[in-house]
Design a protein around this ligand. Structure first.
Ligand code: AMP
Ligand code: MN
Ligand code: MN
Ligand code: MN
Length: 283
């Protein structure tokens, strides 16, 4: 990779208030610029709603901006996230996946609330809807309510005790199959990237099986770095990027100033100089 690309500050994974992030798209873009980012993507969970606002602000700053979204899917019963980048905002196949996932989110929220009631907690559904407002409703909204009501100490505890994948039982299985989503979106010029591959409960052997499926079904990239990844994980993902011919993507997965999130534009650096970078030909 050319030196100029290697040291360019790129961030292709971030969240705004249109999903579970804490900053508006405008505030987020302002912060990215302040942090010296020169190529940026907003990738809210199952939502394209923040993109136009972010695009407009990025143009005001002369910041190169890429349309993005983080889609919820599942593979062998394991919830998986994939990041789609560089698509047309009117892409019908993508709109269909996003709309379907938004319906699932609402239905899942009702079922999450029921699960919490069974464990002796109050019905949080209406409050979760109200708290989410025009954001895509998710588990972080339930976590905030549990914290605000003093029912748990912090969001991490809320996930540990009530909301983590282990606690959700069948509610893990609500998302569309990875194969279905990749097949629907592949071959249309957008990049389809496996998000934070080290955050799933997978051995390296299983992860390789996943990457083989991912590539076969039309996936084009892999996040070699996500936020505060351990350097040895990054080295492994660099190798897997080459082994499976999946282009390397990078991102902070920034959600806002409160909580454990990495700063926009910050993540463990890529070392491998022979990687095919997903942003190689972008402005
Ligand atoms: P959902 O999209 O509704 O499945 O919620 C998943 C989101 O919850 C992730 O994107 C994270 O932002 C957040 N999350 C997951 N685990 C934790 C945790 N242990 N503590 C705080 N937030 C978490
Ligand atoms: Mn999130
Ligand atoms: Mn994710
Ligand atoms: Mn994310």
């Amino acid at each position: 990779m050319p030196e100029s690309e290697r040291y360019r500050k790129v961030d292709l994974h971030s969240h705004s208030t249109r999903s579970d992030g804490q900053l508006t798209p405008t505030e987020l873009v302002d912060l990215a610029v302040e942090q010296g980012v020169s190529l940026f993507a907003l990738t809210d969970h199952d939502s394209l709603d923040g993109i136009v606002e972010a695009q407009v602000r990025a143009a005001e700053h002369n910041l190169s901006f890429i349309n993005g979204v983080e889609l919820s899917t599942q593979w062998n019963g394991i919830p998986l996230h994939m990041v789609a980048l560089n698509f047309d905002l009117n892409n019908p196949a993508l709109l269909e996946v996003v709309t379907q996932n938004q319906t699932i989110r609402l239905d899942r929220a009702r079922r999450i609330a029921d699960l919490l009631i069974k464990q002796g907690l109050p019905d949080l559904f209406d409050e979760a809807i109200a708290l989410a407002g025009d954001s895509q409703l998710g588990r972080p909204h339930f976590a905030s309510l549990l914290v605000n009501k003093g029912l748990v100490k912090d969001a991490n505890k809320a996930f540990d005790r009530y909301l983590g994948n282990k606690r959700l039982g069948q509610l893990r299985d609500v998302w569309p199959e990875l194969e279905e989503v990749l097949t629907a979106l592949s071959g249309q010029g957008m990049e389809l990237i496996l998000a934070h591959p080290k955050r799933y409960p997978l051995t390296v052997t299983k992860l390789k099986r996943l990457l083989s499926d991912f590539k076969k079904w039309g996936g084009t990239g892999i996040e070699v770095v996500s936020g505060n990844e351990r350097p040895d994980s990054v080295r492994l993902l660099e190798r897997l990027s080459k082994e499976f011919s999946l282009k390397a993507s990078v991102g902070s997965d920034y959600h806002g100033p409160f909580g454990p999130w990495m700063q926009v534009g910050k993540f463990t650096q890529i070392q491998e100089s022979h990687l095919d970078l997903i942003w190689q030909n972008w402005p």
